[in-house]
Write a protein that binds this ligand. Structure first.
Ligand code: MN
Length: 203
């Protein structure tokens, strides 16, 4: 069964002003769709059609770069969109998650600083992640379309939240100001979703 573009969990303009309707139409309708189309070609060429993301990621080091780049491209973007809610609708971290942010990351301010710095420190294109690794929260970044579920990841874990720091994620609105995008990012985070993922990862 071929991969398809998952529906956006909200309208194209739902994340304004942080992610404009125009940015969304390029990022979701064009970029994300292209990763889906190219993933279907790549898995066919590699003879690994019909496999799940988990299956592909667990052996991604043995597969062609086109599978790695496009499988990551599809999964990472789907996860990125799921991590957001319209401003004012994302709730707050659960008590359990807030306690872990304090204990493992030195508090919410220190966490946000580490997450933003992971994105700013990623030269070129990549992603900034909050993950659960060995039962603890950790902030990591990956290059290109890699993610912490891949066997080649330097830092592996269960993703809770991600920021896309490819220029296409913010350039129409923020141009070269990646830091401003990452500062505004927090106002659309879906903490209800992040909290659910944290509870699942700890279970
Ligand atoms: Mn992107």
């Amino acid at each position: 069964m071929a991969f398809t573009l998952p529906p956006l969990p909200y309208a194209h303009d739902a994340l304004e002003p942080v992610i404009s309707k125009e940015t969304m139409s390029y990022h979701y309708d064009k970029h994300h769709q292209t990763y889906v189309d190219n993933l279907n070609k790549a898995v066919a060429a590699a003879g690994v059609e019909g496999q799940s993301f988990d299956e592909l990621f667990s052996k991604i080091s043995t597969l062609p770069a086109a599978v790695r780049n496009n499988a990551g491209g599809v999964w990472n973007h789907t996860f990125f969109w799921e991590g957001f809610a319209p401003q004012g609708q994302g709730g707050e971290p659960s008590a359990e998650l807030a306690a872990a942010i304090d204990a493992d990351l030195g508090g919410m301010d220190a966490f946000k600083e580490a997450f933003v710095n992971a994105g700013l420190g990623r030269f070129g294109s990549g992603w900034s992640w909050l993950i659960v690794q060995d039962g603890k929260l950790k902030v990591v970044s990956t290059p290109n379309q890699d993610n912490p579920l891949m066997d080649i990841a330097e830092e592996k874990g269960a993703p809770l939240l991600v920021a896309d720091v490819w220029e296409h994620a913010y350039y129409l609105q923020y141009q070269n100001r990646r830091a401003d995008f990452l500062k505004d990012f927090w106002s659309i985070v879906n903490w209800n979703k992040v909290s659910e993922l944290y509870a699942a990862a700890k279970a």
